[in-house]
Design a protein around this ligand. Structure first.
Ligand code: UT7
Length: 407
């Protein structure tokens, strides 16, 4: 089978209108703009309105990505939704998005890997395209993380914000999209960033609410240390497995949580800081939305161009990490349209299956007809024989009666 790739053909970003600045936070918790800026680089973040949900934001970002790729919602084959703040525990946010997009019947599922979710989703989506199972997959990362933040806890209140990002992936014959990746998880660090209450281990109760256990808790120092150690090595691995020399990496889009982490990664890798995307100053840490949002900003601001090789580096709750090298070439060559529509192996495979089903139905019909004919013959043949005999006997009787009358 021809090698398939998943071209990134569309991208979209959405953030809510309401800004929460460091000065606003000074009024809420014991902090200062000076501390937040110097320790994180964040100046403001966006906060969704009470009636604005994660799926609402995802819908905006997805529509922009679909529009850019010129894909209709009903043409989608799959939706993967990375989030840690779904609208409901049940059902998946992906199903709500599928319905709101008007992508009737399209399979959809949520993926939970903390802030690394969108990298896990990108990698998962690419596997579906590469196996030939699906042609068009929408990857979404969206969070209303503010709903899980304790605004009396300065540790987390200063860091997180809301938003959504989406990427459209389409099958391609040329080597583009995801070129190499590394995913990882170190569950021993599960409580470095977690939400103690509301899950099956500690269901909602008055105690949970009284102890504010429904909110996110973070041991920032552990997260920082883990990231500095793991992510630098992971980026080196993933560039090596892409087969590209480091000099061929044009741009880096790291997770947006703290500019000090980004600076540390950049300096350890001896990478040009001007080639690194930073938008956390405006949006804070938007968890699973951060990388697709930052990639969308990089594209919209002309920081990345057709043909670029880009490193994506995510890390977050789990602790999880996910790094990837992607080739950015969103323009679909015209012959690729044909691949997407006509010469698609899955289409041929489905055609084959349809033929097999038709043949099986036809053969079952023939068998049934034959059996019915046999059954009816087993009744009708003795009946016709009896009828023939009866007619013959009657004719004989009639002949005898006539003879008697004449005699
Ligand atoms: O998506 C993954 C998400 N998480 C991350 O990437 C987080 C990674 N970690 C971090 O970004 C940093 O650890 C934080 C920004 C969370 C904290 O920065 P830090 O430099 O590690 O601060 P710290 O916890 O060591 O605290 C230093 C000082 C302490 O005061 P003392 O003991 O030195 O007097 C804290 O009490 O800063 C104080 N402090 C604050 N002061 C004002 C801690 N938080 C604040 C605050 N405002 N918000």
């Amino acid at each position: 089978m021809t090698q398939r790739y998943a071209r990134i053909t569309g991208w979209g970003k959405y953030v809510p209108a309401r800004r929460l600045t460091n000065y606003d936070l000074e009024q809420i918790v014991d902090t200062t703009d000076e501390w937040i800026t110097s320790h994180t680089g964040i100046r403001e973040r966006r906060i969704a309105e009470p009636n604005e949900t994660t799926v609402d934001m995802a819908l905006h970002a997805s529509r922009i990505a679909l529009e850019r790729a010129q894909v209709q919602p009903e043409e989608l084959d799959l939706i993967i939704f990375a989030t840690s703040s779904p609208d409901y525990f049940v059902p998946a946010a992906a199903s709500l998005l599928q319905n709101r997009l008007g992508a009737a019947g399209v399979p959809a599922f949520d993926l939970s890997a903390g802030c690394t979710g969108s990298i896990y989703a990108l990698v998962t989506a690419t596997q579906f395209v590469q196996t030939g199972a699906y042609r068009r997959v929408l990857v979404v990362g969206a969070e209303k993380i503010s709903a899980g933040i304790d605004y009396t806890d300065r540790n987390t209140a200063i860091m997180f914000g809301d938003g959504a990002g989406a990427l459209m992936l389409e099958a391609s014959n040329s080597p583009t999209g995801l070129l190499s990746f590394e995913l990882g998880s170190d569950g021993a660090l599960w409580d470095a960033l977690y939400c103690p209450g509301g899950g099956s281990a500690n269901p909602f109760s008055e105690k949970v609410l009284a102890n504010r256990e429904q909110y996110l808790r973070m041991d920032g120092k552990r997260v920082f240390k883990f990231t500095a150690k793991t992510v630098t090595r992971s980026i080196q691995n993933v560039v090596e497995s892409s087969g590209l020399p480091f000099s061929e990496i044009d741009y880096m889009v790291p997770h947006q949580s703290n500019v000090r982490i980004i600076e540390l990664l950049t300096s350890r890798l001896k990478f040009d800081p001007d080639k690194v995307m930073v938008n956390l100053d405006r949006y804070g840490n938007t968890s699973a939305a951060a990388i697709p949002m930052a990639l969308a900003d990089a594209a919209d601001q002309g920081k990345i161009a057709e043909g670029d090789h880009i490193v994506l580096a995510g890390f977050g709750a789990g602790m999880t990490w996910g790094t990837a090298v992607i080739h950015w070439e969103p323009t679909k060559p015209s012959e690729e349209q044909a691949i997407l529509v006509e010469n698609w192996p899955i289409r041929e495979a489905l055609q084959l299956q349809a033929n097999k089903v038709r043949a099986a139905v036809w053969s079952a019909q023939v068998t049934a007809r034959t059996k019915a004919q046999e059954a009816s013959m087993s009744v009708m043949v003795p009946f016709y024989t009896w009828q023939r005999k009866r007619k013959k006997a009657k004719a004989q009787q009639d002949e005898e009666n006539t003879d008697q009358q004449q005699g």
